[in-house]
Structures are given as C-alpha cells and as structure tokens.
Write a protein that binds this ligand. Structure first.
Ligand SMILES: Cc1cc2nc3c(=O)[nH]c(=O)nc-3n(C[C@H](O)[C@H](O)[C@H](O)COP(=O)(O)OP(=O)(O)OC[C@H]3O[C@@H](n4cnc5c(N)ncnc54)[C@H](O)[C@@H]3O)c2cc1C
Length: 465
C-alpha cells in the first residue's frame, strides 16, 4: 500500500486528495481522468464490510437529504450510482408530493417541486466509495492523518503532503477536502503564504436526532416530513425513512430553542412545533437510540479565491472551503458541483498544466457555492440573533420578496416550479426575478400579515389517519 510514499518516480503523474468524504471521493474520481494515480489520504480507518459510523463524519447521525442537482452531478460522474443507491435502500422522493412540508407560510400543496434522494449518510458514503474504487487508478490510504503541505520554490508550488506517520507523499496536485475541520489556513501560513479571510453567519441552530423503528402503516401516503421553523417560532423537525426499517427524526431550533438530547424531552420538543403532525407520527413509534446533538452549524466561507498569492498544485474543496447551515440541505450538492467545476477546469489539460491552473481552479470551484451561500445566509439573516455581517438594503428587499414567493409557491405551480428549481440548485436564483414570476408573485398573492398555518396538510390530513 505504501508505493506512493516518499519521492516516487511518478510523482509528476500523481494527485493526492485529503479526505475520503463526499467532496474528496468525487474529486478523486475527476482527477483519475487526468492523472495516472490518485491517492486519497483519510484520517479515519474506513469500514470495509458495509456502511458504518465513523468519527470523521460526525454529522452522519442527522438527516441528510440530497437535492436533485447534486444527484444528477454524481450520476454524471459515476454512471449507475443512483441505481446502486436505490438498490441499497435509498429512496427517491418528489418534494412536496411525497414529502409533506410545512413552509414558513403554510403547508405546500401537491404542487410541482423537486426530486430528493433520502438515504442514511453512511450508506451514501459507502456506496460512493465502492463505486469510486472500481477505478484502479484510485487508492485510499486510510488511518493516515495529513498534517501539512510540502512546497518548493519559495512556496510557489505545492509538491506533496506531510503525514502524521511515514514520509511525505509527493504529488503534482493536492486537493484538501478534509471537511469543516480543515487546517489549510494554518498549512498555508506555515509555508509563508497568507491565510484566507472568512465570512461567517451563525444562526445558532441546534440539531438533535434519534432513530425509530418505522411503524407499519399501509394507509400512510407520505414518506417524509419537514415542519419548518421560522423567526417567530424557531423550532422545526424532519422525519425520513432510511430504507432499512428505520426512521431518522431530526429536531432543530435556534438559540435557546435548540432541541434537547434527553429522551423524554425529545418528544416534548416535537410536540411544541408549529404543527402536531411530526409529533403525531412519532409519539407511538419505538425509539431505537438515544437522541444525539449537533451544534456547530454556522455558514462559513473561507475566501481562498480572493488571495493574491496562491501556490501552484493546490486546491481546497467541499466543506473545507465553504460550509453551510445544514438545514437547507445543500452541502453535499455543493461538493458535487465543485467536483463538476473541477472536471470542467481540467478538461484536456496535462498534470503539469493542471498544477499551474490551481488558482483558476480554486476560483471556479469556489463559485459553485455561490447560489447555496446566498440562499443560506439571506435566510439565516431573518433571525435577529444571527451573528454575521448585517443584511444590506437589497437583501432586505429580497427577503420580503421571498416571503411572498413562498406563500405563492405553497399552492401555485407557476411559482413552485421556479422556487424548487432554485432550492434544488438546478436553476439560478435569478429565475425568481424573471418578469413573469415577479408579476405573478406580487399580483396574485397577498401576504397575510401573520400567516398561521393549518395543523395538517389539506391533501393528507393527520399523518396517523
Ligand atoms: C448536522 C448536519 C446535517 C447535514 N445535512 C445535510 C443535508 O441534508 N444535505 C446536504 O447536502 N448536506 C448536509 N450536510 C452537509 C454535509 O454533511 C457536508 O456538506 C458534506 O459532508 C461535505 O463533504 P466533505 O467531503 O467536504 O466533508 P466530510 O464529509 O466532512 O469529509 C471530510 C473527510 O476528511 C477526513 N479528514 C479530516 N481531517 C483529515 C486529515 N487531517 N487528514 C486526512 N483526512 C482527514 C474526515 O475523516 C472525513 O472523512 C449536513 C451537515 C451537518 C453538520
């Protein structure tokens, strides 16, 4: 396994990806099109018999939903992956048709929406890893934390990575995809290079999740449910099937409304949401685990793309470059979009040219996070306790407009279509500002001054019934 260590004679044709999470695996897949060998360096020992929890992806115990655009990109990079995921228990749903959703205004009716893939995060990673490793050019070196970058020429070119154990690994191109805990800023400054500026918005959203035995109910006409919080009632919850006889319930809340991790308090919190629907579904279900919490949910963007000094041969992707408040479900799709941007940036280039194009690649991959960043941060700025740069006038106008869009999207297919197009990252946010949509949003739908939602979606009734 150690044929990649030290100064391997073929280092010129060797790429190293740090982190075997979603962003790292997809990047490895892309790089294998241009490099003879790709080594994925992973800190954790990886499970080799099937999907399993590991410390490097702590968030896997909470609901993970993949929007259609992310799935389409993964399918383009790894043809057949959707079929493999579905065969392993993942479910493709149409939201809001199969996925009952109480928005900040009201329940979505059965309007056109977007497709979502619902799967246990561990299953997603396991399936992706298996498919990526079908390519002989890709190897994973697990149980091996990366500890820094190796560079030459007054730090102008990254030539490899330092590992906690063993000699450094030489490479023509290095990708940091080590997720939210990435040490890339410190690694760059250790080379005498500048660290990036960071923009941060923190709405102090807390998560608490618990597995349940999925109660059999032949009459149930829905598959998943999302009861959204909003600034005047900042508590919500999501319920999804995992395809293996379990439900995963995730409760969410901002600031002092963060959900509890106590067993009894979990259900009490579910009862306090804007609709009793989620509580009704859970109250008689058998819990299979204790609740587990997660608090570090801020949006954080490290602006590597703005640095005026950037080394050849190095790029930062995925959560390591930009992470989001997870409640909008965009992180995995953005990791896929960054891999797509990487593929487009290196098409037709030789390894040496790819290393030289690192700065351009960094800018291009960073741009793939723009739409999701705009959605997450402008939504989070609605919450008065959110820390971060205050909204400017344009953002405030847009927020008011979006309130109307949501009211409209609840019931009007002509508005729900572009709305879900944007939310699934399939369409640019600008389509919501097209003249036809603006006229429809502003003329047809009057915004109730204090919208109060029905307890249950009209087209389904109480979930138990
Ligand atoms: C609570 C929660 C819920 C979420 N829900 C959703 C959702 O519904 N939909 C969605 O799209 N996204 C969701 N996300 C976001 C999603 O989890 C991330 O965007 C996604 O995991 C990013 O992938 P990544 O590969 O960049 O990082 P990760 O998946 O975190 O992978 C990083 C990898 O790097 C490894 N690593 C770390 N340090 C080192 C090192 N020094 N050397 C070698 N390896 C290292 C880690 O072990 C890990 O394997 C959620 C996030 C959270 C926190």
């Amino acid at each position: 396994m150690d044929d990649e260590t030290d100064n391997h004679p073929d280092a010129d044709d060797h790429a190293v990806v740090l982190g075997a999470g979603l962003a790292g695996l997809l990047a490895a897949r892309v790089l294998a099109q241009r490099f003879a060998r790709v080594t994925v360096v992973e800190r954790d020992e990886l499970p080799d018999t099937g999907p399993a929890f590991r410390r490097g992806v702590l968030q896997s115990r909470h609901v993970h939903v993949l929007w259609s655009r992310g799935l389409e990109v993964m399918e383009a990079l790894l043809p057949g992956i959707t079929r493999e995921l579905l065969a392993a228990g993942a479910a493709l749903m149409e939201s809001p048709r199969d996925f009952l959703w109480l928005s900040s205004a009201d329940w979505f009716h059965q309007v056109p929406g977007a497709r979502i893939l619902v799967a246990h995060r561990e299953l997603l990673d396991w399936t992706l890893r298996r498919e990526v490793l079908r390519d002989d050019r890709i190897r994973i070196r697990s149980g091996s934390p990366a500890t820094g970058l190796v560079a030459t020429g007054e730090s102008r070119t990254v030539t490899g990575v330092a590992l906690r154990e063993g000699g450094p690994l030489s490479a023509r191109f290095v990708v940091d995809a080590t997720g939210r805990g990435s040490r890339a800023p410190a690694w760059l400054t250790a080379l005498g290079l500048p660290a990036p500026a960071t923009t941060r918005y923190d709405s102090h959203l807390g998560y608490s999740s618990r597995y349940y035995d999925l109660p059999p109910d032949p009459g149930r006409r829905w598959h998943g449910m999302y009861v959204q919080g909003r600034p005047d009632s900042p508590r919500g919850g999501v319920l999804v099937p995992l395809g293996d006889g379990r439900w995963l319930a995730t409760l969410i809340g901002n600031g002092e409304h963060a959900p509890p991790t106590g067993e009894e308090e979990f259900l009490d919190f579910a009862r306090s949401l804007r609709s009793p629907a989620l509580y009704d579904a859970l109250r008689d279900a058998k819990p299979l685990s204790s609740p587990t919490g997660f608090r570090a949910t801020s949006n954080e963007r490290r602006h590597y793309e703005r640095l005026d000094r950037w080394p050849a041969g190095f790029v930062v992707l995925g959560d390591a470059a930009c992470r989001f408040n997870p409640v909008y479900g965009h992180g995995m799709s953005v990791a896929a979009l960054a891999a797509e941007a990487l593929a487009e940036s290196i098409r037709g280039l030789a390894p040496r040219e790819i290393a030289g194009a690192a700065r351009r690649i960094q800018r291009r991959t960073a741009a793939s996070a723009d739409a999701a960043w705009q959605i997450a941060t402008s939504e989070d700025m609605r919450y008065s306790e959110t820390e971060g740069p205050p909204p400017d006038r344009a953002t405030k106008v847009l927020q008011r407009y979006m309130e109307r869009v949501i009211v409209g999207a609840n019931a009007d297919p002509a508005i729900s279509r572009p709305f879900f197009g944007v939310l699934s990252l399939s369409a640019s946010p600008n389509i919501l500002l097209s003249p036809g949509t603006v006229i429809r949003v502003l003329s047809k739908w009057r915004l109730p001054s204090n919208p109060s939602a029905a307890a249950y979606p009209a087209h389904h009734g109480p979930p138990g019934g």
